[in-house]
Design a protein around this ligand. Structure first.
Ligand code: SAM
Length: 270
């Protein structure tokens, strides 16, 4: 259900009119706190995004990642990651919301990439338009690599084009499929795992990552959007209480807004 909310709000490739109507008619029975979205601080943002999604749907506009790709290709400088990120930020602020990690939480993520090192092997779950993949890849050295998992074909195509436009396709491999199918196929250790897909999958997918032996002692797990809006209690309880992680919360804001959000940064102890 979190997926349905986020997909609708972000005009995601897999969002469909039925999902949108379900949400508008409130017939949905979300497993997350629907009230969290309907609190006054979030309400204006939710309404604006639903309006934009509805307008795009009625106009038959391209899907959001395709719009972002066209905007980047028209406005950014090829081969310049900073210009591509700034152009995506501009699109998200002034055209249509994009569920990128964004520049504010991006700084927290960049600090963890630096901690992981220039040659880090990074696993990202949830690629979308490739924003965070570009943000991370531009800090890596020649040996550093990112494997990014994305289940939406629309996003995979857009992200591959945007990452290529940024000149970083040598460092970023985007795999198409659902995390539950792809995680068991991965091998070796990752120095940093960035969880940024649907929030109710964080906990089961982290357990799957552990079961596939993809973490080593010292691996960093960065989980985005764990603040009051999405509130993934099960995930937070797991990383804070299972005894395998040293975990801390960093306060921030939902990308491109002043709405409160947090990132949970956990170091695997083995
Ligand atoms: C918040 S966006 C990712 C944003 C991206 N990390 C960034 O900051 O630029 C979430 C993405 O996760 C993808 N996703 C959701 N569930 C997934 C799953 N089970 N496996 C792979 N991708 C998934 C969605 O299609 C969506 O594109």
């Amino acid at each position: 259900m979190v997926a349905a909310w986020a997909a609708c709000l972000c005009g995601h490739g897999e969002a469909n009119s039925r999902t949108l109507l379900l949400l508008i008619s409130k017939k949905a029975t979300p497993t997350m706190s629907m009230l969290g979205f309907l609190k006054p601080p979030h309400l204006g943002w939710v309404v604006r995004n639903l309006r934009d999604a509805l307008v795009d749907k009625l106009k038959g506009s391209p899907r959001r990642p395709e719009q972002a790709r066209a905007y980047v290709e028209a406005n950014a400088t090829r081969g310049d990651p900073a210009s591509v990120l700034a152009t995506l930020d501009d699109f998200a602020r002034h055209q249509r919301f994009l569920m990128n990690v964004g520049p504010e939480k991006g700084q927290l993520l960049e600090a963890e990439v630096d901690r992981a090192g220039k040659n880090a092997r990074i696993l990202e779950v949830g690629c979308y338009c490739g924003y965070s993949a570009i943000l991370m890849a531009r800090r890596l050295g020649e040996q550093g690599r990112i494997t990014s998992l994305e289940k939406s074909g629309t996003s995979v195509a857009a992200a591959r084009a945007i990452v290529d436009f940024a000149g970083l396709s040598g460092a970023v491999e985007i795999r198409h499929g659902a995390s539950s199918e792809l995680i068991p196929t991965l091998e070796g250790n990752f120095d940093l795992v960035f969880l940024d897909h649907w929030k109710d999958l964080y906990e089961p997918d982290l357990r799957a990552i552990e079961a596939a032996h993809l973490l080593r002692p010292g691996s960093i797990v960065f989980a985005d959007n764990v603040g009051s809006l999405f509130d993934p209690k099960q995930y937070l309880a797991y990383v804070r209480e299972c005894g395998h992680y040293e975990s801390r919360s960093e306060e921030s804001h939902i990308e491109y807004t002043k709405l409160p959000d947090c990132a949970e940064i956990s170091v695997f102890l083995g």
